[in-house]
Design a protein around this ligand. Sequence first.
Ligand SMILES: [Mn+2]
Length: 195
Amino acid sequence: MRTATITRKTAETDITVQIDLDGTGRYDNQTGVGFFDHMLDQLSRHALIDMTIRATGDLHIDDHHTVEDVGIALGQALTQALGDKRGIRRYGSCLLPMDDAQLRAALDLSGRPFLVWNVDMPTAKIGSFDTELVREFFQAFATHGGITLHVDRLHGFNSHHIAEAAFKAVARALREAVEPDPRRADAIPSTKGTL
Ligand SMILES: [Mn+2]
């Protein structure tokens, strides 16, 4: 079973993440940050990863700690659920349009965290949500998920669409990368023999 449960508690946040990589995209995400829940739901739905997240954070300060720490916990959950990565495709990519926005995501479940983030947001806010937190989330997720992650904005003028297309593009790329490769069912997809 490629599942994981991570509980992470600090002075700033208290988070539980449950995922199933072989799910159907069922989700129940409650972080106290409405727009962020909407994004996590996209990640689950389009990666076909079942996802239950509960987060209680210091939102009286701002959303930063909650968003970053969910990224950390979700990355840790991915790492745990993937195990030794035997039989996966490893790489995934997606070119995703959403109205005015077009985003490209390319990722490698390499175990070598690296984020290339070329996603300018035209506005500082989406409602009450700080748009810079989208990058903070993916930085934390890539670091703790051991992901080489590249995300580029090719077009777009609406910050909601750009952010949402980024989550959907990463989700579709992730779906591809974590899927079993039937031609390599028992192999770790690296000439080094380890990932
Ligand atoms: Mn939306």
